[in-house]
Design a protein around this ligand. Sequence first.
Ligand code: FRU
Length: 453
Amino acid sequence: LGDPSKYRPTIHYSPPSGFMNDPNGLVIKDHEFHLFYQYDPYAPIIGNVHWGHAVSGDLVRWVTLPVAINETAAGQAFSGSAVIFNNSLIAAIYTRASETKQAQELAFSSDNGRTFQEYKGNPVLDRNSDSFRDPQVFWDERTHEYKMTVVKARKHQVLIYGSRDLVNWRELSSFGPAGILGIDYECPNLMRVPTEDGHYKWVLAISINPGSPLGGSGTQYFVGDFDGTTFTPDYYETKFVDFGKDFYALQTYSNARAPLGIAWLSNWQYANFTPTGDWRGVMTLARGFGLRYTEDFKYFLTQKPVGLENLYRREVPVGAESCSVPGDKALEIHAIVELGPRSRISFSLLSENHEQLVWGYDANAGQAWIDRGRTFGFSQRFFTDKMSVAVIPGTTNIDLHAIFDKSTFELFLDDGTFVGTCLVFFEKLPNCLRYSLVGDGRVTNLTVNVLTP
Ligand code: FRU
């Protein structure tokens, strides 16, 4: 330990110092992708929340800018979103949170997000509640209106509002309680997602904390339709966006042509304790979303990493065991495997002191898994005790596309059908990659690339 750069990812955004949680204000303007985020600039633990700010032209090289929205005497600047207003301004809509009140506020920027002026008539949406937060706003073409989703957190409800001017909001409908409730609903995100058969449906993601199935926080979603007023799910069975333990507060770019999102790559169970020194918090890679249909699963989200094509790739030759793998760089490990119906493939990254990060697929069980339990950099029980599993029935050919970036791991399975994301803290960064196949089958392709900005 001691070296705070040891765990700092190279192609994922992390703040220079201080504490980062949810992505906020995702909006595109003048060829810049904005990433605002929940940020305590003073200490690497949650406490005095501001809106931090970074921008990128390609979603993989990020430049940190000064804090955009401050904590004030009225309270902290909690999560929210951003839209383009009057074709020229960036409007941020966020929760001002004090001990006793959470209400929605508005601020405008005329210099591409570098500075914001708070609207004088704040708050713009106030229910006199201490549990009303995380507004997500987007422009709805069909009704020529902004729409907002926002949660009554403790009541497990998402409210939907409409407005033409971002100042006057009228309540249109509510959704919930539904799915897994947890203690709080947080960070709702309603998005229009294309289906593989050429249509589209609406997906409502709701983050819950604590009380997610793997413990702590997690992001569930419902698939359905949104008629401009009401979100109606096709069915109430809940699904999770990611089968890993560290994918929270998903938000999508409010004005992207196709759904494009980023989540916080952590979990409230241990986010304040991870061993990264004077900074904490990392974002996922940007992901594009689609919907696929199967009889068993009905419509479900598919995900692809976006932006990797903008990185330099250098191939590292590998075999069944290779110890020339540079674990201090971002690694893309892509395997295509054919398995017999009773076979199992597993991959591991290993360090010199016998730590392992293991992932694989068991055709007999129809399950994929990620296990970080044998890494020694962070011994918190909630961090090491559970392994993440996705059920993928009936597959014998599978592709496993993994991105390891020092302290992050994202596994895209079966062309983005299932994705598992987690933090991982090796005491010594790994240098070997090994695979083993139990039963018959073969690894038809294995490519390892070092990805550099
Ligand atoms: C989710 C959350 C939000 C809140 C913010 C505070 O992680 O708890 O509900 O706005 O973080 O930082």
